[in-house]
Design a protein around this ligand. Structure first.
Ligand SMILES: *Cc1c(COP(=O)(O)O)cnc(C)c1O
Length: 407
């Protein structure tokens, strides 16, 4: 008799975005003809840039010719792309070897899968609030108990609050795997090198591993802020970095990311190289390599034209962030983020529940956002607004909030 993986039963009911879709749909049915504006889902809206499109076309053309046709590629990605990434890291002052880079179909799958190379007995710490995949992937494999009041037994929650600037304090006691997302989704907070150093020092002291999701690093505009955790000395011994082409070159639907597993990373009982080899083993067993066409497209983003164009797209979104932030500040709403990340994190008016505020914002301003509670109990009382969107759509949503939201 077949049975299911019953750990799935522990997942807290109702994934965030389906519930948002359900409430939005119900509102539209009750209010026919009303147009709803979206500042909600974290998805890119602007087209691929000409350089990247040309790269994708090149990838297709290579497959069209018997002389250049290729089938399966290397599990870890093309040498050219991994070398281009090594060069990018060198620009941050970080020395990596191409053998430490694993190209994948995205940062979300890598974030979900990376836990599989670690023992089930590892104690996991997550930021609260957090991007849901870090928690859910660990729940599914049985690394937690049941969910009580929004928190899973056995997980360590690192509170991100207004008081700590939404960057967590070190976990109390000993944990083994620490997920950090920086710049942060959902809070839009960004860490200084000194803040990251505290976690790197902790991880080295406790032989813990930091799993660092840097999917939004392209949104950091202050040259003094670290783009990579490897800018911190010693991180190569204790950190895995996960990254994505989704948010910087618009590949959310195209699909491409990478992870860095340094050869020098060691955990209890392993020699240098073992963790790197384990991730290679995992990928070569469960994954057949990223699309060759897509990797050719990404490579084009490393050319001078590609870099300039993709930066322009990031700047375009950040202009939205600036507009949203300015408007909310004018309304005397407490708002965070939106400076080095495409997300704004606002305190709900009068501390109201984040789903209640979702309903109010939809009813009064016809704007859809994302309730903070959907990212963990620490998100209650907050609300995420996304800077992805066309300028004119964001401008209309912002105007409607200013004119129609009753504070
Ligand atoms: C969007 C996002 C990603 C990107 O995931 P992909 O699978 O590469 O599209 C990763 N982490 C966070 C926190 C994100 O918001």
């Amino acid at each position: 008799m077949a049975t299911i993986n019953s750990h799935y039963n522990k997942l807290a009911a109702g994934y965030l975005f389906p519930e948002i879709a359900r409430r939005t749909q119900a509102f539209l049915e009750a209010n026919p003809g009303v147009e709803v504006m979206r500042l909600g889902i974290g998805d890119t809206t602007e087209p691929l840039t000409p350089a990247v499109v040309a790269g994708l076309h090149r990838g297709v053309d290579q497959l069209a010719d018997v002389e250049t046709y290729t089938g399966y590629g290397d599990y870890e990605g093309t040498t050219e792309l991994r070398e281009a990434l090594v060069t990018r890291y060198a620009g941050y002052g970080v020395t990596l070897d191409p053998s430490e880079i694993f190209v994948s179909d995205g940062a979300k799958p890598d974030s979900a899968n990376i836990q599989s190379i670690f023992g089930l007995e590892n104690v996991v710490a997550v930021q609260d609030p957090a991007y849901p995949v870090y928690v859910d992937s660990n729940v599914i494999v049985g690394r937690t108990g049941v969910c009580v009041d929004g928190q899973y037994d056995g997980l360590v929650y690192m509170s991100c609050t207004e008081e700590n600037g939404f960057f967590p304090d070190l976990p109390e006691g000993k944990v083994d795997l620490i997920y950090l997302c920086n710049p942060n989704n959902p809070t839009g907070a960004v860490a200084t090198k000194a803040q990251l150093r505290k976690f790197v020092d902790y991880a080295r002291e406790h032989k813990a591993v930091v799993i660092f999701d840097a999917a939004y690093c392209a949104y950091i505009s202050d040259p003094d802020l670290p783009r990579s955790i490897y800018e911190v000395d010693g991180a190569g011994e204790c950190a895995i970095e996960i990254n994505s082409f989704s948010k910087d070159i618009g590949f959310t639907g195209v699909r491409l990311g990478w992870s860095v597993v340094p050869v020098g990373l060691v955990v209890e009982g392993t020699k240098p190289g073992r963790v790197n080899a384990l991730w290679m083993r995992r990928q070569s067993t469960m994954f057949n390599g990223a699309s060759n066409i897509v990797q050719e497209g990404a490579l084009a983003a490393f050319t001078e034209a590609g870099k300039r164009e993709c930066q322009d797209t990031v700047d375009y979104y950040m202009e939205n962030a600036r507009r949203i932030r300015t408007a909310l500040e004018t309304m005397r709403i407490r708002v965070y983020g939106g400076v080095h990340a495409p997300y704004l994190w606002m305190a709900t008016p009068r501390g109201m529940g984040s789903w209640d505020f979702f309903d109010q914002l939809l009813a009064e301003a016809h704007v859809v956002g994302t309730p903070g509670a959907g990212f963990g109990p620490g998100g209650e009382g907050y609300f995420r607004l996304s800077a992805f969107g066309h300028h004119e759509d964001v401008a209309r949503a912002v105007e409607s909030i200013q004119q129609n939201l009753q504070l």
